[in-house]
Design a protein around this ligand. Structure first.
Ligand code: AMP
Length: 188
């Protein structure tokens, strides 16, 4: 059986943390486009250079670049039983691009983590200090939240129309949120 999932939510909703936990339970790999970009940047690859300036500003990297990187990652053998996508799709065009990439291999569900905006800014500023992420400064956070509202939030509606969207309360203890997510996945 395969499990193909997307985890979705505003920056700072806890997607990365929850994706790792969920993937471990489900024995499928997490594919985070943000992490893929960050490894390209730290390796100093051409793609890393290209993506770096967009990421530093909190803007989306162009779709063509992002989708090529994802295509390569999805071709790896470890995705044969499924995957959990974190950070993709991030705009309606990427929804179509993902459909094209997957072909007959349809998504099983899209898990949306919901949190309130005050909690988000607080979490992201804390993460900036703890993890040294250069895009977790107040200015860039504001840009990322605006981009989320304008470009990414409409993705939820598209998946809701397909009956794939499951909204999960992302507030509370990390363990509690993981439990909620696992419950949603087992009901798919
Ligand atoms: P994340 O780690 O998911 O918060 O992503 C960090 C940054 O990487 C984002 O602010 C974007 O600049 C870039 N990024 C990640 N995923 C995508 C995507 N699907 N499309 C475009 N840019 C992306």
């Amino acid at each position: 059986m395969t499990t193909r999932l997307v985890i979705f939510g505003a920056p700072g909703a806890g997607k990365g943390t929850q994706a790792e936990r969920l993937a471990q339970h489900l024995k499928i790999p997490t594919i985070s486009t943000g992490d893929l970009f960050r490894s390209h940047i730290s390796e100093g690859s051409e793609l890393g250079h290209l993506a770096g300036s967009y990421i530093a500003r909190g803007e989306l990297v162009p779709d063509s670049v992002t989708v090529e990187m994802l295509k390569e990652r999805l071709a790896a053998k470890d995705t044969k039983d499924g995957f959990l996508l974190d950070g993709f799709p991030r705009n309606p065009a990427q929804v179509d691009l993902l459909d094209e990439l997957l072909g007959d291999e349809k998504l099983d569900g899209v898990l949306e983590l919901t949190v309130d905006e005050d909690a988000i800014v607080e979490r992201l500023l804390k993460r900036g200090i703890e993890q040294g992420r250069t895009d977790d400064t107040e200015d860039v956070i504001r840009t990322r939240l605006r981009i989320y509202r304008e470009q990414t939030a409409p993705v939820a509606k598209l998946y809701a129309e397909r009956g794939l969207l499951h909204s999960i309360d992302g507030m509370g203890e990390i363990d509690e949120v993981t439990e909620r997510l696992l419950k949603a996945v087992s009901a798919l």
